[in-house]
Write a protein that binds this ligand. Structure first.
Ligand SMILES: Cc1cc2nc3c(=O)[nH]c(=O)nc-3n(C[C@H](O)[C@H](O)[C@H](O)COP(=O)(O)OP(=O)(O)OC[C@H]3O[C@@H](n4cnc5c(N)ncnc54)[C@H](O)[C@@H]3O)c2cc1C
Length: 337
């Protein structure tokens, strides 16, 4: 639920966090702990950053206190912790502009929304993620009308003849998760080797899911909505028409710092330069996690979340000079569950 000002526009918050990956989520938690009002903006429909978008089924071994944890489980715990103070979530919103105001900044998004904020923490990783497209004619016209890059609501696929494109974890997870609602599911993959977890591959095979291996989508058919596709065999170049109502494309994500590079920030090798407070050359704008750079930078979650906590404390004292930089220990607090 977005916080709104009396005039109906988004409210001014203490801090806006660009990027809901591990570092942004920890920043949201820490800012909440420090009594700050928080907004998280992310271009993706779900929180979790790279953990969810790139390697949900991989084990992570270097989280303090967790000898091994699936990336998706780590993301789930970070999301629970990061949203416990109810930050405003602006998902599927890509921050494209940063304008200085008397109160701080206004962040503009690709959808044309404007979010006022006193301070900004950029935890944008390698930049805004967007799904890799199939790359065929009329693809953009049919987005949401039969072409999908993720699943927001399983009901969308109820009774549909569905093609799932890809050979990774997302493709196999959706074969398993949509089989109870779709009329039929076939998997289309450009090779015969999969990157998905072995267990998911075995389950999908055991269900008898038809697999079109060595095939890609060559054409999309249908005027107002998808009615079928032409598949092409990548080896023989033979084509065939397949009747279907929906295609879920899971062939990865692209990321780009994009417009952030135009905000007047000092950039070095695609990363934002910060000082020891994790503040950038723009006052009140901090950068943490993979997106920032400094002398001893390591691109790790364990170090990035520490950067987030430090940046939040400096943002706090910037807004309230009487506040202590060191907030005390969380174990001294009583947080209601
Ligand atoms: C395969 C793989 C395995 C890894 N294994 C490990 C490991 O074992 N241990 C470890 O410590 N690290 C690991 N990493 C690295 C780790 O995932 C990253 O260091 C971490 O995700 C960085 O977190 P972050 O919050 O800085 O950014 P990210 O996780 O990249 O999140 C950034 C978020 O910002 C959003 N965003 C960016 N720009 C905008 C914008 N303009 N507007 C709106 N939203 C925007 C993106 O959509 C994204 O959701 C691994 C990485 C990969 C790819």
């Amino acid at each position: 639920m977005n916080a709104v000002a009396p005039n109906g526009s988004p409210a001014l918050v203490d801090v806006t966090i660009i990027g809901g990956g591990p570092c942004g989520l920890f920043a949201a938690f820490y800012a909440g702990l420090r009594g700050m009002s928080v907004r998280i903006i992310d271009s993706l429909p779900e929180l979790g950053g790279q953990l969810m978008a790139l390697y949900p089924e991989k084990f992570v071994y270097d989280m303090p206190g967790f000898p091994q944890v699936y990336a998706k489980d780590l993301a789930k715990a970070l999301i629970e912790q990061g949203t416990q103070f109810h930050p405003e979530l602006a998902l599927e919103q890509t921050a494209t502009s940063l304008t200085k105001t008397d109160e701080g900044y206004v962040l503009g998004t690709a959808k044309g929304d404007e979010f006022p904020t006193k301070t900004v923490i950029i935890s944008a990783g390698a930049g805004a993620f967007s799904p890799t497209k199939i790359g065929v004619a009329r693809e953009d016209d049919l987005v949401g009308k039969g072409v999908y890059y993720g699943v927001k609501d399983k009901a969308t696929f109820a009774g549909k003849k569905l093609l799932i494109v890809g050979g990774g974890d997302s493709a196999f997870d959706w074969c398993l998760n949509l089989c109870d609602v779709a009329e039929s599911i076939s998997l289309v993959h450009r090779r015969d080797v999969f990157k998905a977890h072995e267990d998911s591959i075995e389950k999908v095979k055991a269900m008898g899911t038809p697999m079109k291996l060595w095939y890609v989508i060559k054409e999309l058919h249908g005027d107002d909505k998808l009615t079928g596709v032409t598949l092409e065999n990548t080896q023989t170049k033979e084509t065939e028409y397949v009747d279907c109502d929906a295609v879920v494309v899971n062939i990865g994500f692209k990321s780009s710092l994009g417009p952030i590079k135009e905000w007047g920030l000092e950039i070095e090798k695609n990363q934002i330069k910060v000082d020891s407070k994790y503040e950038t050359n723009l006052e009140g704008v901090f950068a943490v996690g993979d997106v920032c750079t400094f002398g001893s930078k390591l691109k790790l979650i364990a170090t990035g979340v520490g950067e987030a906590a430090t940046a939040v404390c400096f943002a706090k004292t910037r807004l309230d000079p009487s506040a202590k930089l060191f907030p005390g220990h969380s174990s001294d607090l009583e947080l209601s569950k």
